[in-house]
Write a protein that binds this ligand. Structure first.
Ligand code: 3PG
Length: 402
């Protein structure tokens, strides 16, 4: 069900869950993509003269009030983007929230403070969550789910509250589900999946599932070294997930048996290490063959030949999904692989999808505009779980989702 099926919302209180979990440098939002992604739904509700009450989280304050995680920067940015004041409540469900919601006129917007200030929000105890969800529900006549990045969480403001009010998916959730369904449904072929990021363990189920539907898997990022190890190569002091070497080996075998390709880099940029806090490389950056990483050297990005190899595979595809940086892209010298992949995605003659979190931030930091890609998902974990074929509680709970 979409918000267009909710009927006339004029004068009604629309309680909406958004994902405004944006990266911050102090109080400065460094990528406002998730806020901008919520605008179509919010604008439509405003045009319809609804009274809008937004629930959102920021970071992981773990159930206690902490000004470091206040939604104040989000309220300010959203006010600018909507061109109207967004009133930030001083609490989540207390007196300030109640007064802020009561004071709303038609077409006005309120934002509750970080829902994760409330210990019950993320509780494993359903009764506790429902207790909080009832307080949220008292602020709305209908509920709209538009925080795609958080629909994989069974939390009070995402899941339990949906059971208490007439509900619908917002435009963002509807669009995300539509695009991701095209990937796992009948993608135009060749379908190439590019995976990066540090931890192979985080990507195992997604590799498992995508090996069934994709034609080619391209592997970069810290996780590639566990694959190189599985092929029997020395990886120096590069990141290794010892426990998953055998699993990676079985993926390589499965792919070969099914006539699919797993593309790994042929060369690697190595150094003595990386200082993440100061964003600097330790020692000089050298390019070495992927099957001959010297002892003591750490692989930190894919090399120039691999950039071309990966870009060719991407450009030749009709459908591409990319999640996870190819190297330590926060450090300029080690952002080349990620930049090459991002650029190749902009050149795809077909559907190119960037999957959430770091990759979405990376393409913007690298200077790309959102409309150079088919779709930039706002979901990190959520888009991966969708592609793993898991049921997402925040979507399954919505009316008409089955
Ligand atoms: C995200 O950043 O992926 C979402 O906002 C969910 O955040 P979480 O991983 O802290 O639940």
């Amino acid at each position: 069900k979409s918000i267009d099926d909710l009927g006339d919302l004029s004068g009604k209180r629309v309680l909406i869950r958004c994902d405004f979990n944006v990266p911050l440098d102090g109080e400065t939002i460094t990528d406002d993509g998730r806020i901008r992604a919520a605008l179509p739904t919010l604008r439509k509700l405003r045009e319809g003269n609804a009274r809008i009450v937004i629930m959102a989280h920021l970071g992981r304050p773990k159930g206690s009030v902490n000004p470091k995680f206040s939604l104040a920067p989000v309220a300010a940015r959203l006010s600018e983007l909507l061109g109207t004041e967004v009133r930030l409540a001083g609490d989540v469900v207390g007196d300030s929230a109640t007064a802020t919601v009561e004071a709303l006129s038609d077409g006005e917007v309120a934002l509750l403070e970080n829902v994760r200030y409330e210990p019950a929000e993320e509780s494993k105890d359903e009764a506790e969550r429902v207790g909080l969800a009832k307080k949220y529900a008292a602020f709305g006549d209908v509920f709209v789910s538009d925080g795609f990045g958080v629909v994989h969480r069974k939390q009070a403001s995402v899941y339990d509250v949906a059971k208490l009010l007439p509900n619908a998916a917002g435009y963002l959730v509807a669009k995300e589900v539509d695009v991701l369904n095209r990937l796992v449904g009948e993608p135009e072929r060749p379908f190439v999946v590019v995976l990066g990021g540090a931890k192979v363990a985080d990507k195992l189920s997604v590799i498992d599932n995508l090996l069934q539907v994709a034609d080619t898997l391209v592997i970069g990022g810290g996780m590639l070294f566990t694959f190189l190890k599985a092929q029997g190569h020395d990886i120096g002091s590069s990141l290794l997930d010892e426990d998953n070497v055998e699993t990676c080996k079985s993926y390589l075998e499965q792919a070969a048996a099914a006539g699919k390709q797993i593309i790994l880099p042929t060369d690697i940029r190595v150094a003595d290490g990386a200082d993440f806090d100061n964003r600097t490389v330790k020692g000089a950056v050298d390019v070495v063959a992927a099957d001959a990483i010297p002892a003591g050297k750490q692989g930190l990005d894919i090399g120039p030949d691999s950039e071309m190899l990966f870009a060719d595979a991407i450009r030749g595809a009709k459908t591409v999904f990319w999640n996870g940086p190819m190297g330590v892209f926060e450090i300029a010298e080690l952002a080349k692989g990620t930049a090459a992949v991002a650029k190749a995605l902009t050149e795809v003659d077909g559907l190119s999808v960037v999957g959430g979190g770091d990759s979405a931030a990376a393409v913007r930091v690298l200077g790309h505009a959102d409309d150079e890609f088919g779709h930039i998902s706002t979901g990190g974990g959520a888009s991966l779980e969708f592609l793993e074929g898991k049921e997402l509680p925040g979507i399954a709970v919505l009316e008409g989702s089955n």
